[in-house]
Design a protein around this ligand. Structure first.
Ligand code: BES
Ligand code: MN
Ligand code: ZN
Length: 494
């Protein structure tokens, strides 16, 4: 998709399809009012006969218009004026993107910056328009012929002289985030027999190859052996695909600045290992690398925005399969930190690959470490599929992430990691058990990780319920790329 700012006035505009907004009770927005005059009251007439009321997410496509530069019009309802928050704006836009897709146009123009949004300025609106269009035109095609290709290739955003600078900034941010989300989604949707640890490593190397400030180094199993990553390597042992620890380094800031370290779980298929998962829905465990894909997506966005920060991306990547060499319940592992771990369930493998990666992160002398992982089904039980779960040992970091999530509309909810939960991870045979029983499973997983993150400010984001959609509309979402990119944008301007 191509995005650009359109500065021609509406009466001079050339467009295949123009989007304009209206409010509930048939109130036209400013752009719609101007067009109504231009078209001799056409919009008022359609509205007057009740074709559209202006309720949130209502749309009306007008396929034929009087002679002029505008070929089609999509009216978009935003709801009651004065009561439109960020979520309502996004919801209406998602409907608008749907209408544009149905109209089969190649190029669209959005005259929607004039809609009043609570806590949504011109920059925020421009960015959301780009992000939601980018998201809406995504189509998986790697292993499937797409008959109904979405023809939309261009989106212009109408901005007045006064809006231009803000709109342009929002467009740039939106385009970068959209590109990052697209990368994360396309990797997430790939099947496990294509997207292996080796494949992920190749993608990381390719990404680094495109940008001067980004370098990539892959640690192989023998390197991990030498580092003493007994926990990570145990997970990989039951798989014929070699594990990889993907290390990306983005140097955008002064070399004296401590890096922000992002860690993403890159389990390219999680069958559970010897503690095999039930068959129902197991295919979705190809998405168990979405945390890792998001780290790549975030770095994709960061390089496009050329942010003046130092960022390290670490992606432990492996499969979790059962075979004769696989680790077994009761096995004791020695992690890189020296802590021993009793494996009570081989399906709790994410924390086993992440704990060694967190220990490894220390060598970067990080400012903060933020990991993202499809870590626990229990997180979905606790929070559903709306927010990701946030855990952390530092209130400032957690609050910064919560703030970023509000702006990005990539929801997050903080959960506790109080010491009371540590009881559940006690083992008679090791320093820690790898599971904490049925109660509070997303919390005990986070508490387990926290034991490997004691030397730095750390946050953990459980994206088990948010990294992909299940059901008929199954597909990766690219979350939490918008959230983390916003956090980094905030850090870059702080
Ligand atoms: N990758 C899964 C978590 C998961 C499950 C994410 C379903 C999204 C949907 C993780 O490796 C796992 O299997 N966790 C176990 C932990 C349990 C054995 C303590 C789980 O959630 O059941
Ligand atoms: Mn598992
Ligand atoms: Zn897993």
């Amino acid at each position: 998709m191509d995005y650009f700012i359109e500065s021609a006035p509406l009466d001079k505009l050339q467009s295949d399809c123009l989007l304009v907004g209206l409010y509930e009770n048939q109130q036209l927005g400013p752009a719609a009012t101007a067009l109504d005059q231009q078209f001799g009251g056409l919009l008022s007439k359609l509205i007057g006969r009740g074709d559209i009321k202006g309720k949130n997410a209502e749309t009306l496509l007008i396929n034929h218009l009087p002679e002029g530069g505008i070929q089609r019009l999509v009216l978009v309802g935003f709801g009651e004026r004065g009561k439109i928050g960020r979520k309502q704006f996004r919801k209406a836009l998602i409907a608008a993107v749907g209408a544009i897709k149905a109209s089969k146009v190649k190029a669209a123009t959005a005259a929607l910056l004039d809609i009043d949004v609570e806590a949504g300025d011109v920059q925020w609106k421009a960015r959301q328009i780009v992000e939601l269009f980018g998201d809406g035109v995504y189509q998986y095609s790697a292993t499937k012929k797409v008959d109904d290709k979405i023809p939309l290739q261009q989106l212009a955003i109408v901005a007045s002289e006064a809006q231009h600078a803000q709109a342009e900034a929002g467009l740039q941010q939106g385009a970068a985030i959209a590109a990052g989300v697209e990368l994360a989604k396309s990797l997430g949707d790939l099947p496990g027999n294509v997207c292996t640890p080796t494949y992920l490593a190749e993608q990381a190397l390719a990404l680094a190859g495109q940008h001067d400030k980004l370098t990539c180094q892959i640690l192989e199993e023998h390197d991990m052996e030498a580092l003493g990553m007994g926990s990570f390597l145990a997970v990989s042992r039951g798989s014929r695909q070699p594990a990889k620890l993907i290390c990306l380094d983005y140097q955008g800031g002064d070399s004296s600045h401590k890096p922000i370290v992002l860690v993403g779980k890159g389990l390219t298929f999680d069958a559970g290992g010897i503690s095999l998962k039930p068959g129902q829905g197991m295919d979705e465990m190809k998405y168990d690398m979405c945390g890792g894909a998001s780290v790549l997506g975030i770095l994709r966005a960061v390089t496009q925005l050329n942010l003046p920060l130092n960022i390290v991306g670490l992606i432990p990547s492996s499969e979790n399969l059962p075979d004769g060499a696989a680790n077994k319940p009761g096995d004791i592992l020695t992690s890189m930190s020296g802590k021993t771990i009793e494996v009570l369930n081989t399906d709790a493998e994410g924390r086993l690959i992440l704990c060694d990666t967190l220990t490894y992160a220390k060598k970067y002398n990080p400012d903060v470490v933020i990991d993202m992982a499809t870590l626990t089904g229990a997180c979905i039980v606790a929070l559903g599929r709306v927010p990701s779960g946030l855990f952390g040992n530092d209130d400032k970091l957690c609050n910064d992430l919560l703030g970023a999530s509000e702006t990005a509309c990539d929801m997050l909810w903080r959960m506790p990691i109080w010491e009371e939960y540590q009881e559940q991870l006690k083992s008679n045979f090791a320093d820690l058990a790898n599971i904490g029983g049925p109660d509070g499973g997303s919390i005990t997983a986070a508490v387990f990780l926290s034991k490997f993150a004691e030397d730095f400010r750390w946050a953990h984001i459980d994206v088990a319920g948010t990294a992909w959609r299940t059901g008929a509309n199954k597909g990766a979402t690219g979350r939490p790329v918008p959230l983390l990119t916003q956090y980094l944008l905030n850090r870059a301007t702080a």
